[in-house]
Every structure is written in C-alpha cells, then in structure tokens.
Design a protein around this ligand. Structure first.
Ligand SMILES: [Zn+2]
Length: 450
C-alpha cells in the first residue's frame, strides 16, 4: 500500500521495535507522515492526512492478520485425521463422538486465538469464521481491506450479511455491496447492505423466519455499578407481546404517590415475573428458584460499614456488589446462599447452611474456588459447568479437590476431543497446554483454606 505524500519531513518510525520478529511477513512502511512541527504550524490538514494514512496501515495489518488466522485454521484442519488421513488419538475420539473434523479444527483455531489474544471465544470464533469467508469466498473484499479502501468494520458487516445468504448468492452480493462500503460510514453501510441482502435473498421471508428462529437466545452481560443487561433474542411477535404485557402491568401500577417512572416499573415487573412467575398451563416453574452464592466479608455484616480496600461482597457469576445489596440478599432472599469470608484473606469461614452432604460440600467448595469454567478466558459460571477430573477417573485420577476443576460443556468436550491438555499445579492453579504448544495458567477465583 502507499501512503499519501503530504510534504514536509517524515519521521521514521516512532513505533517501538517488536520484542520478537513477526511470524507473519508484513509489508507496511513504518513512516509517520507528520511531525510535531506541522502541528505548531497549525497545519491540521497534515495531521488529519496522517491519521487517515495510519488508519490505512492498521486496516492493511488487519487484512494480513485475516490471512494469518485463516492459515491457523487450515493448519488445524490439516491436523485432523478425517481431513488429512493422518491419525491422532484426540482426532479419532472427536470423530467418533460427533465432532466432525471441520468442527474440531474450528474449535481449536478459535480457542488458540482467544487464549493468545485474550479475547472472548465468541470474538475469536467470529474472527476465524470471518477470515475463512474473506479468504475463500469474498476475495475482492479482502483486497479492499488490504488496500485500506474499507475498514475492518465494513468488512465484517459485509461478511455478516453475506453469511445470511445461500453461498451461490455471495458473489453477486459482494459486487453490489463493496462499492457501497467504499463510500459510506459503517452505520450507513449496514443499512444499505441489509437492503441489498434482502434483494439478493432467494428464499421467501417465511422460510428465512423458520431458520432464524433457531438463533433465539437469552444473554447476560454484566455492566458497571452493580448492574447487568439481560437480553433476549426472540421471534418479533413474542418480543412485542412480552413488551406490551410489561407495559400494561407497569401502567396498572401507576398511583399518585408512586415514585417510580413507567420505565422503572416495567423493569421491576419483568424481574418479578421472571424470578417468581410460573409457566402458564403446565405450572412449570412453581417452587423453582435459582440458587446464587453471595460472598460477604464477615466484618461488613458486623460493623455495618464499608472499609475502603477491604475485600468486597461478591455475587456469583457477576463480581463485586455493594455491601448493602449483599446484606439484603443474604438476609431476605431465599434464592441466595450466603458465604461468610475472612475480612483480610477472603478465606471462606462458613458455608452459611449445613444442609449439604459430604460430596455436595466438596461440590460447593469447588464452585466457590472456581467461580467460572477454568478454561483460559472462559467466563461461563461454575454453577452451569461440569466438574472435570483433571486426570481421568479410569486413569486412577482421584475425586479430590486437587484433581477436580469446573469446565463448561464446550470446554469439557474440547479437552476430550482436541489436544488441549491440563495439569493441576497446586493451590487450585491450572496449567493448560494448547495444541500449538503455547502454555496458559488459570488461577482460582478464591484461594480457600482447607
Ligand atoms: Zn468454558
């Protein structure tokens, strides 16, 4: 790619030298076409041109990364016996248990990228899928990215819309959409691409709706200050029906002395219905309550004061919450199990209830220790994960805390189906080895005294 010559002296790289040589050949001029003097001269245009040039370099590098990620995916696929004919134990086991070579390779590539870049697996899977689509199906888009004519954001929108079309329509869609990507903002392009996709789609809206329904889901996303989003992706009529009902109930709660706004009442009604409500007809849900652990430092209960810097109260699957909320949940909410912790070390002193038999004790103890799935970067809650024997039971692994750790369904399978390997290093620390040979450590959420 070229950089715009804006005149004036050029600064040779202010970028620091990488700690090790790059594994992927990169051809980008490390020249920043503006200087501090240009700013002093008031030549803002020079600086803006410089920013545009730098952005094109970044975009070019993202295109190079796209090719590299696709290369990793290809290597992972080549390592699969069904694809390459060479047999590995993990590979054969995977095929026999319903993981195709394609699926295993995709999972290996995504977990390698996620662990190495410390990004979520969702994001890494997206990168792997986008890279494969750009390299194999949408080469003109990859070229545009390489030349900095579109941003990575534009490219992912194009891939995203293309992916919802049958593969035979991709090329027509790309030819129509790419010129639009080169001249519009990302938001504007998204709108335009959606319209083009609608035009190109050979399936009727009814057929599409039937397959779109498969993607319905509910998501939890923690945000700041003790709050979180609970989002549902639903068939439109269900979403609208639910929203109308919330609005009607919330409107019915209006009263002259009601301090809550309609928006606040709607949220309260939603929480009440979901936490305490019952499924119509079957009555399923009656008496079912989620059990959530609340960890409360013992001093905050005694003193009724919050000490700055002291361990804070914590809600399982979320993180720190205010002491006041923790106290209220621990005292009045039957769905929340209270754990008292030592004020300085955070060591668990009491499990709050003694209704657990011995194996359940260990189970609960591990749930507090791990808090989430113990695969590098995974945030799925331990409450929804399996307890895995680090050394298999049939290979004389014991059912002890130092041979047990929580793995969510996806990572439990990954451990059995791929060459990801794990060891316990003591104190609840896990040492992982990726198929590539890279190593990762995951620490327990809480160091517990036994
Ligand atoms: Zn996991």
């Amino acid at each position: 790619m070229g950089t715009t010559n804006v005149g004036g002296p050029r600064l040779t790289s202010h970028m620091s030298t990488p700690a090790r040589p790059l594994a992927v050949p990169v051809t980008v001029p490390l020249t920043v076409p503006f200087t501090a003097a240009a700013v002093v001269d008031g030549a803002m245009g020079v600086v803006v041109d410089g920013i545009v040039d730098i952005d094109r370099m970044v975009t070019h590098l993202l295109a190079v990364r796209t090719v590299a990620i696709n290369e990793l995916h290809a290597l992972a696929l080549a390592a699969e016996p069904a694809a390459s004919g060479s047999a590995t134990t993990a590979g054969s086991a995977a095929v026999s248990r319903g993981w195709s070579a394609q699926m295993t390779a995709r999972r290996v590539a995504a977990t390698e990228v996620s662990a190495a870049l410390r990004i979520s697996e969702r994001e890494a899977e997206q990168l792997v899928a986008d890279s494969s689509a750009l390299v194999h199906e949408l080469p003109s888009t990859l070229d545009a990215l390489r030349e900095g004519r579109i941003t990575y954001r534009h490219a992912s929108i194009l891939v995203d819309e293309a992916r919802s079309l049958p593969s035979e329509s991709w090329s027509t869609f790309e030819s129509a959409a790419l010129p639009e990507a080169e001249s519009r903002s990302a938001a504007g392009f998204r709108q335009r691409a959606r319209a083009l996709r609608e035009r190109e789609h050979p399936q009727s809206i009814d057929e599409r709706r039937r397959s779109a329904e498969d993607s319905r889901s509910v998501r939890l996303e923690p945000t700041r200050d003790g709050m979180a989003w609970l989002t549902a992706h639903l068939p439109a009529e269900q979403a609208i029906g639910a929203y109308r009902r919330l609005t009607e109930i919330a409107s019915g709660l209006a009263a002259p002395d009601e301090p809550r706004t309609l928006t606040q009442r709607r949220a309260d009604v939603l929480a009440d219905l979901l936490i305490d409500g019952v499924m119509p007809d079957s009555g399923i849900g009656r008496g079912v309550r989620a059990t959530v652990l609340v960890t409360v430092p013992v001093l905050s209960l005694l003193n009724q004061v919050e000490v700055t810097g002291a361990p804070s109260s914590s809600l399982e699957g979320y993180g720190p919450i205010s002491t006041e909320v923790a106290r209220r949940l621990a005292a009045h909410a039957p769905s929340f199990v209270r754990l008292l912790t030592h004020p300085e070390t955070g060591t668990v002193l009491s499990v709050g209830r003694d209704r657990y038999a011995v194996p359940r004790d260990l189970r609960l103890w591990l749930r507090i220790r791990d808090e989430t799935c113990r695969f590098p970067g995974c945030g799925r809650s331990a409450a929804n994960s399996d307890i895995d024997h680090t050394v298999d039971w049939q290979h004389s692994g014991a059912t002890r805390h130092d041979n047990l750790a929580h793995l969510c369904e996806a990572h439990h399978q990954l451990k059995h189906h791929t060459l990801w390997r794990v060891n316990q290093a003591g104190g609840g620390v896990l040492e992982w080895r990726a198929p590539s040979g890279r190593r990762y450590r995951t620490e327990p959420a809480v160091r517990l005294a036994r």
